[in-house]
Unconditional design. Structure first.
Lengths: 196, 196
DNA sequence: ACCTGAACACCGTTCAAGT
DNA sequence: ACCTGAACACCGTTCAAGT
């Protein structure tokens, strides 16, 4: 009696995403080609389509991986209960992450095609610790805009730093610290400033 | 006597950059291909190399054009002399610009190859009005970090808005206003917050 | 059931040949 | 002096053919 033995996979989705992350880290999104990823996992580019619907679909999985990674680190960082201290810790983690994986960080705030855009829960999960600290500083009513202000500032600052927009001199680490202090003070005081 | 009549250019650098800007505006950086630009100015892609060293070189010219454009609008916006009012005007102009030309705005804070990176003066010129207002709010000593805080926040906020990171609900325009008020208050008060 | 190789449409870029 | 068309190396993606 003859037995059909289907070829077992020579790779896996997990291995492919990990390879994608490795390639992204080293050379950015442009370097994340199907051929390069195929090389890394040991199959031809065309074989990747058995595991992933398209390059955009692979990018999506990689971005979600980056979000999950950052989220876990943020979660572990804000633990003292003192809002100002926790916020500074979150800022430090964000900055470390951005320096460690600039292309990955960049991707978190990049416009992507529909197909490559991460599940909306990815962003929400990663920003939960920031929302918690923002609520502690601004109160429940202003927690959301406060968190948005903090996240926007951090994302913009680190992006500018990595792109090299800070060439007017001055200490960049000091400017980062200045920003956090200004935000803590400002978010506490918002109601004191007239609305127009 | 025979006279050599060299073929006159069928296009020009200016026309090419304008076409590049048009294509960028409509479809983003991925759509900015030599073929597409060639179509628009009426020559083959390979002929563009008589006017531009490479696609990266063309991208650079286009980015510098976007910076110049934004800088001119910012310059025209901060005119009342009242720092808080001027800052809100600058914020409004930035947000309008980002909505009007999301891909162009995005490019201002995108990591580009060396060859595609704009002249450092481009960024400095565009941010001059912000620096002026920051100095009026924070004083000369803190003008630079204050300007960086403001720019970083605006860049990050608008980027997140355009990418669609604000899906938790809430009014985005209100959050933008919240951010400006918080920053004005915070930058004025920075010295009041202990350094650690 | 997975993998390969050929094929297709599309890139950027170079260059000999046309005018 | 500028433009064209062919050519090359590289993409993403599809698919018949192999195992």
């Amino acid at each position: 009696m003859e037995v059909r033995v289907p070829t077992p996979s020579r790779t896996s989705l997990e291995e492919i995403v990990t390879a994608g992350r490795t390639v992204l880290r080293a050379g950015g999104l442009d370097a994340l080609t199907m051929q390069r990823v195929g090389d890394l996992v040991g199959v031809r580019a065309s074989s990747l389509y058995k595991h992933v619907p398209s390059r955009a679909g692979l990018v999506r999985l990689v971005v979600e991986d980056v979000f999950a990674d950052l989220g876990a680190r943020l979660d572990a960082a804000a633990t003292t209960g003192d809002p100002a201290t926790d916020l500074r810790a979150l800022g430090r983690v964000l900055r470390e992450f951005a320096h460690e994986d600039r292309y990955g960080f960049d991707l978190l705030f990049s416009p992507l095609s529909q197909e490559a855009s991460p599940d909306s829960g990815s962003f929400a999960a990663a920003s939960a610790p920031i929302l918690r600290v923002a609520e502690a500083i601004a109160g429940p009513d202003d927690a959301l805009p406060a968190a948005r202000t903090l996240t926007a500032w951090a994302a913009g600052f680190l992006r500018m730093e990595l792109v090299g927009d800070f060439h007017l001199g001055g200490d960049v680490g000091e400017a980062f610290d200045f920003g956090i202090r200004a935000l803590v003070a400002g978010i506490r005081d918002v109601r004191a400033v007239p609305r127009e």
